[in-house]
Design a protein around this ligand. Structure first.
Ligand SMILES: [Zn+2]
Length: 486
């Protein structure tokens, strides 16, 4: 399901509060400082999820909809819920004597249980109050593989010339072909930069049914624009501005000319906005009350008169794998090919389709909601695979939040369930973010359970995906009251 975020984010620096119950951790022979410190509950040591990801080499994810943490290592998937005495290890229920606990939005997990599930050796020295775990060598990457902090989400791992910490080179990347586009620099006349300025927010809109307008909210009037190529992007520096705290590091747009906007503090006195483009563009930028208005002209009409438009939303992506199957298959690797198959069939039926993502990349729930409400399609359809702690759970269900999605969801459920051939779990209602925030009819398909071994296999079979894609399209066409061409 939706809403996966990582609990391994660093805390603001603070002095660890001393405690009489202080516990030392030694992981694979190395003494580990846990911040926040471990908890002791009924003589059991609980450690922050971050320790598990950074020191024990497990990938960790938190699903706020399911209220469930997933810990993944080689051949190991653990599902844990705060307060629950039952966990799930590789599809099997296991009882815990100390359940995981949420404290101040951080999840603490039972140290011994996680170590033992990894096949590790566990010891406790009561004199020094030290818990030891030695895992079977699978800890070669101690840095958190799941922690996106410090990386532009969704960006390739290869060095990126538009990295927020490198100055924009007028030549873009050096390429043998010399194909990099020239840089243009435009600056408004303004006051001398002082350090009091801020970049407080980024918003965006569509204008003329094709242009993307990016609004950088700032009290600065001075800026420097660089137009770069390979890959095409714009860099807007704001001298004298600091990024406001808590701003997301990127905003995915994935519409028309713009992929996403990334934000960074380029230098201590300069905030940087990088706009990743789908191709070369000639931006217009102007300073207006409240900030900068950056227009990126589009080349194609986004919403064509008389032609239905559907926004497809492949769940999860990038650093958010979604739910995991018993063999380690990831939900995000099902939702994307599924959505692409649905898109291709819809296009053949003469329907226009946009996607919140068409590659494996991070797109936040907030961005999915914004894309939907800026483009206002005829309908929003999100594709997911289900998961449950009980490995036998299976079947197909469709979710809505608002009543205006009901006939859509009913059409989906009626057509898709026979295509999956799995248990009919019906149409259900819940406050899922992408449904709750949608201003247009919206439904979310939980195609089958990836946590069920049999259904995991189906979800990744091409035949099954094709069958489901055809059923989805039949349902969407029925909902749109359009006859099928094929
Ligand atoms: Zn999902």
């Amino acid at each position: 399901m939706t809403a996966l975020f990582f609990l391994g984010q660093p805390l603001p620096a603070h002095a660890a509060s001393p405690s009489l119950e202080r516990v030392n951790l030694v992981i694979n022979g190395k003494s580990v400082i846990s911040d926040p410190p471990p908890l002791i509950v009924k003589d059991r040591v609980l450690v922050p999820l971050r320790v598990v990801s950074e020191q024990m080499g497990l990938k960790v994810a938190w699903n706020s909809q399911k209220y469930e943490a997933t810990l993944v290592g080689e051949g190991l998937t653990i599902l844990l819920r705060p307060g629950q005495r039952e966990a799930n290890v590789n599809g099997k229920a296991v009882s815990l004597d100390a359940p995981a606990q949420l404290r101040k939005d951080r999840l603490f997990v039972p140290f011994r249980f996680v170590g033992a599930s990894m096949g590790g050796k566990i010891d406790w020295d009561s004199a020094s109050r030290t818990a030891y775990v030695t895992t079977a060598s699978k800890t070669s990457s101690p840095s958190s593989p799941a922690d996106p902090v410090g990386q532009a989400p969704g960006m390739p791992a290869t060095p990126d010339p538009s990295n927020l910490l490198t100055p924009p080179s007028p030549l873009g990347t050096t390429t043998p072909s010399g194909a990099a586009k020239p840089s243009e620099t435009v600056g408004s006349s303004g006051t001398v930069p002082s350090l009091s300025g801020q970049l407080t927010d980024i918003d965006w809109q569509i204008e003329n049914n094709r242009d993307v307008i990016i609004l950088a909210k700032t009290d600065r009037t001075q800026f420097q624009l660089s137009v770069l190529g390979e890959p095409d992007r714009l860099v807007v520096d704001l001298p004298g501005a600091k990024l406001a705290e808590g701003l997301p590091k990127n905003r995915v747009i994935n519409l028309g000319p713009v992929k996403q906007v990334r934000l960074g503090q380029f230098r201590e006195d300069t905030a940087r906005v990088v706009i990743d483009l789908n191709g070369p563009a000639k931006p217009q930028i102007q300073s207006e009350p409240g900030g900068l208005r950056i227009r990126i002209p589009g080349t194609t009409v986004l919403r064509r008169t008389g032609i239905p438009l559907i926004l497809l939303d492949p769940g999860h992506g990038g650093s958010d794998p979604g739910a995991l199957g018993p063999t380690g298959k990831q939900e995000k690797d099902f939702t994307l090919p599924m959505a692409l198959k649905v898109r291709d069939l819809l296009v053949k039926e003469g329907v226009d389709v946009l996607l919140t993502r068409s590659v494996d990349m991070d797109v936040s729930l907030a961005d999915r909601g914004t894309i939907n409400n800026r483009i206002r399609p005829d309908l929003f359809f999100s594709i997911h695979a289900n998961a449950a702690a009980r490995s036998e759970a299976g079947g197909t269900e469709t979710w809505i939040c608002a009543e205006n999605g009901r006939s859509l969801a009913e059409a989906i459920q009626r057509k898709v369930q026979p295509a999956t051939g799995r248990e009919d779990r019906g149409v259900k209602q819940a406050n899922f973010y992408v449904l709750r925030t949608s201003e247009v009819p919206a439904a979310l398909l939980e195609t089958a359970f990836i946590s069920n071994a049999e259904e995991e296999k189906l979800l990744f079979s091409a035949d099954f995906q094709d069958r489901v894609a055809r059923a989805v399209v039949a349902a969407l066409m029925e909902y749109l009251k359009k006859p099928m061409r094929s």
